[in-house]
Design a protein around this ligand. Structure first.
Ligand code: S3P
Length: 169
């Protein structure tokens, strides 16, 4: 099987949907952020704080390079993976990209109590979400299919992702 790659903004459900998908499809689950943390021995927050975003992106690219070589995986990516077109190319070689979306308000509700997203630790997180969503819209369009997760049951979303994956594989 090719890889099933989940892209999309922070808080669109990549991790939750990825876990369920890997169980249902019997495919290994790989998460780019967890892989970066494993290799560096630091949390994503620590990398941003100590070394900055540029270093994080370079670790992220190295992780994508390693992960994309294998197949038969559900790959849950960090929300900024698609900002580097080479990452997208590597992920597409062995995989089908499904982009998860959600409205800015739903994203805000999902992330607002969590402190694990350095880019959203701002005075006005909803404003930041709107700005980043606008800036990133062209990059998320690289996906083979798009699934909205706003106000929908997990099982329904997972069912739709599987259907689209089977259509494209
Ligand atoms: C980021 C998203 C995060 C993580 C990092 C940067 C982004 O992953 O990779 O904080 O640039 O959108 P999630 O999308 O899993 O929150």
């Amino acid at each position: 099987m090719p890889n099933l790659v989940l892209t999309g903004f922070m808080g669109t459900g990549k991790t939750t949907v990825g876990k369920k998908l890997s169980g249902k499809l019997g495919m290994k689950l790989v998460d780019t952020d967890r892989e970066i943390e494993r290799v560096t021995g630091m949390t994503v927050n620590q990398i941003f704080k100590k070394h900055g975003e540029i270093r994080f992106r370079s670790e992220e690219k190295a992780a994508v390079k390693r992960i994309a070589k294998e197949d038969n995986q559900v790959i849950s990516t960090g929300g900024g993976v698609v900002l580097d077109p080479e990452n997208t190319t590597m992920l597409k070689e062995n995989g089908i990209i499904i982009c998860l979306t959600a409205s800015p308000e739903v994203i805000y509700e999902r992330v607002r109590r969590k402190k694990n997203r350095p880019l959203l630790q701002t005075e006005d997180p909803l404003g930041t979400i709107n700005r980043l969503l606008n800036e990133r819209a062209p990059f998320y369009r690289c996906a083979d299919a798009v699934v909205d997760t706003s106000n929908r049951e997990l099982d329904e979303v997972v069912g739709e992702v599987i259907r689209l994956f089977m259509e494209h594989k």
